[in-house]
Design a protein around this ligand. Structure first.
Ligand SMILES: Nc1ncnc2c1ncn2[C@@H]1O[C@H](COP(=O)(O)OP(=O)(O)O)[C@@H](O)[C@H]1O
Ligand SMILES: [Mg+2]
Length: 451
């Protein structure tokens, strides 16, 4: 009987017994870190999967999707990177945790899916599919490589006028598309603006929107949904009075944040932020970004106009005004940082599934329809699939055993396992010690002068 990792790897169906035996035979010793590194390098499992297998988690699927990485935690739940087991298409899977699966949240989740399914625009994240696996409800959308605008600014600082114009003008085009369909986003914020490494921008989470014509149908229509930092004054006063202009105010706040690195009304609680959105004007953006041109600052002001009637009229107007500054090239040279933590499991009811006494013949987790899983999708949810062409890593796509990765026929480098760990920062620590020593010597010298 092997280690937890070896057992889990085989039980998960990601690695066949034959493949595991071959790796063990090549390595010649029970070194889980090296076994994992070899499996990752040979393309059988991902780093995320290795991490999960180490702690005995074998459920790495949601319906027909194989989870390959953890993207992040959002307001609604976890977002994972996944690959369809048969089609091989890379996608993002958003999970609605069990604890939140009340009839109300399930309703709004279904509404989110229906709305997103109908959208087909290059500046809006496409919805592919939705389903349920046991008690976990999930939404599958296109995977947008890169990062979101919030992370981009937090990690690399405010963007230049040219870069901000490129990103926000595309977001405005995406919003115009939604507005033309009678949809209001209601939760426009930097975290919902996804930016690829080439600067292609897509608006995500249009699902919080309700058909602006039929607000009465939306159970959340009477409540404020969204982050207080980007809420429009009219949305604060009366969430039912919300219209496309509210998204433009929120986009204005988002642009303010993008070029200054500050939210318009920092500090205080949500109530105080709401009050200031209604009554106060934010600091002049040039206080934080002196290079902004007068016209650019005016555009932000026109978007953040408190009276919706006096605000810039349409998202197309926003896009056209900003396109004056747009740069043609955009390189996001800020790769997504690795998460410092062990990624959470899929869904909250996913207790470790390592059972040392389980039969080795236990059925693999692959296969559609198991464990009460079901799909919301029918033909109507497939809109927008064409043209994506986003076929990514096929890691774990096909249940194993069929083939032996080429890498397993080559010599294995034992240093591989160490490569995955962060090297000790010798230079930094050495420099620090040297600095302390020099400081102490100088202080000693000064003290001696006085004596
Ligand atoms: N389709 C996607 N492709 C890639 N990353 C995504 C996608 N959707 C969301 N993310 C990322 O997942 C994280 C959580 O997203 P989300 O649940 O939408 O958060 P929020 O509730 O703040 O909007 C964010 O870091 C976001 O950048
Ligand atoms: Mg989001």
């Amino acid at each position: 009987m092997g280690s937890v990792f070896q057992e889990s790897a085989v039980r998960s169906g990601l690695v066949s017994k034959r493949q595991m035996d071959k790796v063990l035979e090549k390595i010649g010793r029970e070194d889980d870190a090296l076994i994992a590194a070899t499996l990752v390098k040979s393309g059988l499992i991902t780093e995320y999967q290795a991490q999960q297998l180490h702690v005995g988690r074998t459920k790495l699927t949601l319906g027909p999707y194989l989870i390959t990485d953890w993207i992040g935690q959002g307001g609604m739940g976890q977002v994972f990177k996944a690959v369809h087991k048969v089609m091989g298409r890379e996608c993002a899977v958003k999970v609605l945790p069990l604890e939140k699966s009340t009839a109300l949240s399930r309703d709004s989740f279904t509404r989110e899916i229906r709305l997103q399914a109908g959208l087909d625009c290059p500046f809006v994240v496409r919805a592919y599919d939705a389903g349920r696996d046991g008690n976990v409800h999930y939404l599958v959308t296109e995977y947008v490589p890169g990062t979101d605008l919030r992370k981009l600014v937090r990690r690399g600082g405010p963007l230049s006028m040219q870069h901000a114009a490129l990103v926000i003008s595309q977001a405005a085009r995406g919003l115009q598309y939604a507005h033309d369909l009678g949809l209001v986003h209601r939760d426009v914020k930097p975290g919902n603006i996804l930016v690829t490494p080439e600067g292609h921008t897509k608006v995500s989470d249009i699902g919080l929107a309700a058909w602006s014509m039929g607000l009465d149908d939306d159970p959340r229509a009477g409540k404020i949904v969204g982050t207080a930092d980007y809420l429009s004054p009219e949305q604060i006063r009366n969430p039912r009075a919300i219209g496309p202009a509210s998204d433009l105010y929120s986009l204005g706040c988002t642009l303010y944040y993008t070029v200054t690195g500050k939210v318009p009304f920092p500090g205080g609680d949500s109530k105080s932020k709401c009050k200031r959105h209604c009554e106060q004007t934010p600091w002049h953006p040039r206080k934080f970004a002196p290079d902004l041109s007068e016209d650019f600052v005016d555009t932000i002001a026109d978007m953040m106009e408190k009276d919706p009637a006096r605000r810039i009229a349409t998202a197309t107007d926003v896009a056209e005004r900003l396109e004056t500054w747009c740069t043609t090239s955009f390189e996001v040279d800020r790769p997504i940082e690795r998460q410092a933590w062990t990624a959470p499991p899929i869904g909250i009811d996913d207790a470790p599934e390592f059972y040392p006494n389980a039969s080795p013949d236990a059925p693999p987790l692959f296969g559609p329809g198991q464990n009460g899983s079901g799909h919301y999708s029918s033909g109507q949810y497939s809109s927008g699939q064409q043209g994506s062409g986003n076929f990514g890593s096929k890691v774990g796509m096909v249940p194993s055993d069929s083939s032996m990765p080429v890498l397993l026929d080559q010599p294995i480098d034992p240093a591989m396992a160490r490569e995955r760990r962060k090297p000790f920062p010798v230079g930094f620590v050495g420099g620090l010690l040297l600095g302390i020593l020099l400081g102490a010597l100088t202080a000693l010298y000064c003290v001696r002068e006085f004596l």
